[in-house]
Write a protein that binds this ligand. Structure first.
Ligand code: BTX
Length: 329
């Protein structure tokens, strides 16, 4: 673990009390002047550090913004977000994540930006990522399982976001197949999973997570104003982005660990409990054909589960789906 992370832990547990320079120097195995340099870095980041001779250091004011230090401060995860790369502005955190992963970034590394100027959706769509108004984050994972299981991680991520939103805000999110998070029928969050794999081995997976937090309607471009929403629009007040990031990271780690231990069934039930319009008729479109079926939920392997008109149960692995207008089918 990095020296900075351990320093943060020590200052955190001392709360508002002074921590002596000697203690810090012993625990961190660094010199007094190295400690002083770390304190200067924290000050640059907006922390107010009080240093009193013979007493030591204590933090008297904490910044509100998002940074590597502020996300680390109070984060209780074991492996997720131990390494954080934060950018004030970038094209897309996905690209930084791929680069970092190719440079051997560890499992659980996260990349987070205040703003993305070329945020990516699925299938080359665009993801609007207004400065300081949402969570624009990529998580690097190195799971030890077959590439065909990667879509299960996307479904897992959707349940994590739904859980985090429900717990943090008391709103009632829905997951629209495969991974849109809706509140009152409007999109609040999206997930983009990208993977680097060789034959039957995953090198790494990048889970891109976008959550609209503090936008007002006018922050979205005209063309999506009627289908996008944010926690602020839904609750009528602003949310602390750093706190919410920590909540998402904690939920993600818990769910991921339990998925690795217990497999997909729990994820499936959770996903279905949030599932949008399960039991209704959908139109399924692939490259060559289009048909109608009843949407039953998701299968044990993460596929879309449907029932055709002649009562055949069919799993769907790719293609777009569309619901009929309410009452139309
Ligand atoms: P998606 O393809 O499901 O959704 C993209 C579509 O959603 C767009 O075509 C547009 O209609 C609509 N849309 C665009 N921006 C927003 C928004 N902010 N809120 C609601 N609807 C919107 C979903 O793709 C996957 C999004 C992943 C975003 C994360 S952010 C961190 C990471 N970096 C990055 O570039 N992408 C991921």
């Amino acid at each position: 673990e990095s020296t900075r992370n351990r320093l943060i832990e020590l200052l955190e547990t001392s709360d508002k009390q002074f921590v002596s320079g000697q203690l810090l120097s012993e625990k961190l195995k660094i010199s007094r002047s190295a400690i002083w340099k770390h304190m200067k870095e924290l000050e640059k980041d907006g922390y107010h550090v009080e240093g009193v001779s013979r007493k030591g250091y204590r933090i008297v004011k904490f910044p509100d913004k998002v940074s590597e230090n502020t996300i680390q401060w109070g984060l209780r995860t074991d492996w997720l977000g131990k390494k954080i790369i934060h950018k004030t502005s970038t094209k897309t955190t996905q690209q930084i994540a791929h680069q970092a992963a190719q440079d051997n970034a560890e499992h659980g590394t996260i990349i987070i930006a205040d703003e993305q100027t070329k945020g990516k959706g699925r299938m080359n769509r665009q993801w609007q990522s207004t400065k300081g108004k949402g969570i624009w984050m990529s998580i690097i994972l190195r799971p030890d399982f077959l590439p065909v299981m990667a879509p299960q991680l996307t479904l897992l991520s959707a349940t994590v976001l739904a859980d985090a939103i429900a717990e943090h805000t008391a709103l009632t999110p829905k997951i629209k197949w495969p991974n849109d998070i809706l509140i009152n029928e409007k999109k609040t969050a999206g997930i983009l999973t990208e993977m680097q794999a060789e034959q039957d081995q995953i090198q790494y997976v990048v889970i891109g997570i976008g959550i609209n937090v503090n936008q007002i309607t006018e922050d979205f471009d005209k063309d999506i104003q009627d289908k996008a929403t944010s926690l602020q629009i839904q609750t009528g007040h602003q949310w602390n982005i750093k706190d919410f990031i920590q909540h998402v990271l904690q939920s993600f780690e818990n769910s991921y660990d339990s998925f690795m231990q217990n497999g997909f069934p729990d994820v499936k039930y959770k996903w279905e409990s949030y599932g949008y319009r399960i039991g209704e008729y959908i139109k399924i479109k692939t490259l060559h054909k289009e048909w109608k079926a009843k949407f039953l939920g998701i299968a044990e392997d993460g596929a879309l589960l449907t029932k055709t008109d002649n009562d055949e149960i069919k799993k769907i692995y790719s293609g777009e789906i569309e619901w009929f207008m309410r009452g139309e089918d």
